[in-house]
Design a protein around this ligand. Structure first.
Ligand SMILES: [Zn+2]
Length: 119
């Protein structure tokens, strides 16, 4: 007996498979380098009459004024002949920005009394 094997045309079938690949929830949270711990404090300059014979003008002036840099402090005496020292002080970054602004909005001197007047 002979078996006849019919030749069938090969049907190419494309199987679209769902690979099930999932991108998942990629954590894309980025942390700016400037927000790292240790960078949260900013330097300011103050005039100080500590240890000196000071007048009321200097005491009030020194207690209320913060300076963005040393020259600003040196050039902003309560009166001619003032011998107050310029000291560095560290304040929180947020406070610094509240006092001096940021970017191109920077001011060089901030007086706590101006805050009270505006409030
Ligand atoms: Zn002074």
């Amino acid at each position: 007996m002979s078996a006849s094997i019919g030749s069938r045309p090969v049907t190419r079938r494309r199987f679209l498979r769902d690979t099930g690949l999932s991108l998942g929830a990629a954590a894309l949270a980025s942390i700016p380098g400037t927000a790292l711990a240790g960078k949260s404090m900013r330097k300011v300059y103050r005039l100080s009459n500590r240890g000196r014979v000071s007048c009321n003008a200097c005491r009030a002036h020194d207690a209320n004024r913060f300076y963005f840099n040393r020259p600003s402090a040196e050039g902003d005496r309560a009166h001619a002949g003032c011998t107050c020292k310029v000291l560095k002080q560290w304040i929180p970054k947020a406070t610094h920005e509240a006092y001096f602004g940021h970017g191109h909005e920077k001011r060089k001197v901030f007086d706590l009394r101006s805050q009270e007047e505006e409030a």
